[in-house]
Design a protein around this ligand. Sequence first.
Ligand code: NAD
Length: 347
Amino acid sequence: MAIFDLVDFDDHEQVVFCSDKATGLKAIIAVHSTKLGAAVGGCRMWDYATDEEAVIDVLRLSRGMTYKNAMAGLAMGGGKSVIIGDAKQIKSEALFKAFGNALNGLGGRYVSAEDVNITTDDIAIANTVTPYVTGTEGKSGNPAPFTALGTFLGIKAAVKHKLKTDDLTGLKVAIQGLGSVGYYLCEHLHQAGAKLVVTDLNQAALDKVATEFNAEVVGLNDIYDQDADIYAPCALGATINDSTIDRIKAGIIAGCANNQLAEPRHDQALVERGILYAPDYVINAGGIINVSFEENYDKDRATRKVEEIYDTLLEIFNTADGQNKPTGRVADEMARKIIAAGGKHNL
Ligand code: NAD
C-alpha cells in the first residue's frame, strides 16, 4: 500500500502505527498539522474490513480536524486516531492503557478525545497513564451534547438561508444515526417543533427516540428517499455518494457526521441539484469547541463559542452564493486562509 500516494494523504506531518500484542491494541494515529497548536481530535474504534480502510479513514478524519479547528478559531492543530476492532469484543482496561502509552510516545503532539464507539470512561482509563487526552469527565466531559447543539444551530442557519425563516415548526428532518450526538439533536429539533423521521442499526435507540420525540422510524436504506426538508447524516461518513445523491429530496443537508461527501466532486453535484450543504467540519465543531475549554472549564463560555457556528455557516452560504461556488469549497478556502495566517485572530 503506497501511503504517500493516496488521494487522502495531504502532507500529513506524521502517521504512527501502534500495536500491543498483549492487549490486542492495533491503532493508527495521524497528525495532519500542528501549525496552529498540538493536533487534537477524537479516537474512533471501528471494525474496519481492511487496514487500508482504516488508514484512509484516519487520514481523512485528521485532515478534517485541521480544517475544523482552524475554522472554529481554536489554537489547535488537526489529528485523529483509530483503534481497529469490534468495540463489543476488544474493549478492555489494559487496551486503553496501552493506547494511553502510545499517546505518550507522541509527547503531546497529538491529544485524543472521544469519537465513534469511544466513551468518556474509555478516555478516563487512558488518562491514568497519559495526560494527552481531553474531553474528560469532571472537566469538559462528553462533547456530544455540544456537537448536537452546534448541529442544531447549523440546521437553523441553513433553514434561515434557504427557506428564509427562523421557525422549524413543521419542517421534516430525516436523521440517520441516533447515537451520542443524534439523540441530543433529535431532542433540540423536537423542542423546536420539527417532525422527525429516523433510522439506526440499533433498535433500542430507535424505540427511545420514537417514544420520547414522536419520531417516525424508517428502514436503514429508506432514509434517503424521505420527503424531508432536511437530511441530517449523523452516523458514519460518505453517505452522500453516487448511489444516494439522486434519491435525496431534502433541499438542505446538515448533520454531524464527519466526511459526509464520498468524494470532493459531490460538493458541486449538490449545487447542481439545488441542495444547500452545511460543510461537515463546520457544523459539527461544537464538541471540539467545548473540549478546547477543558482546563478551567466554563460551560457558558463554551456554549457561546459553539453558538458562533450559526454565523460562520451563514458567512459560508453567502460567500458561496456571491462567488458561485459550492459551500464545501468555500469552507476549505476559508480554512486554508486561517491556517496560512496562523489563526483566525490574525485575519
Ligand atoms: P455514535 O457511535 O454514538 O452513534 C452513531 C450511531 O449511528 C449509532 O447509534 C449507530 O448504531 C448508528 N449507525 C451506524 N451505522 C449506521 C447506518 N448505516 N445507518 C443508520 N445508523 C447507523 O457516534 P456519535 O458520537 O453520535 O457520532 C456520530 C457522527 O458524528 C460520527 O460521524 C462522528 O465522527 C461525528 N462526530 C461526532 C462528534 C461527537 O461529539 N461525538 C463530534 C463531531 C463529529
